[in-house]
Design a protein around this ligand. Structure first.
Ligand SMILES: [Zn+2]
Length: 149
């Protein structure tokens, strides 16, 4: 798994990379927007920096320029650069905050937005508390990744 830092405007891509199990920081989540701060954050954590800003990509040895504006094109560029994008058998990482997911036991109480854990496998983020399951969103992501060559 690759550790990424994504520049602003790449929030949807961040969700996809996290769902594929990659440790993915997002500049806006971390409150860093200035180029110098983004490079410093990426370098300190040894992360690959994905950005749509050519200058920023050139200024950091681990920088990678994404040319596409749309999510599909960006996913294709990431795959073309040699990074695997496949959903794991078991969800590992929170698409919202990048935290690690833990399994929810079948007899647990869950919020009303989530299915019952005795009928559906559920996971919960250890950081933000969000619940996840393999529902229609998971299927949509899987379908979109299959379309990437
Ligand atoms: Zn989370």
């Amino acid at each position: 798994m690759t550790r990424f830092l994504l520049d602003t405007m790449l929030g949807r891509l961040a969700t996809y990379l996290r769902m594929c199990g990659h440790d993915t920081g997002y500049a806006l989540d971390q409150g860093v927007e200035a180029d110098g701060r983004i490079i410093k954050t990426a370098r300190e954590a040894g992360r690959v920096l994905l950005t749509r800003d050519r200058d920023l990509a050139d200024r950091y040895e681990g920088g990678f320029l994404l040319e596409s504006r749309d999510l599909h094109g960006q996913l294709q560029e990431v795959v073309d650069a040699g990074y695997a994008l496949e959903l794991p058998e078991t969800p590992e990482r929170c698409g919202v905050c990048n935290g690690s997911l833990g399994t929810i036991p079948p007899d647990s109480r869950t919020p009303s937005y989530a299915p019952s854990p005795d009928e559906t496998d559920l996971w919960q983020c250890g950081d933000c508390g969000q619940f996840f399951w393999k529902g229609s969103h998971w299927d949509n992501v899987a379908k979109r990744l299959e379309e990437i060559g």
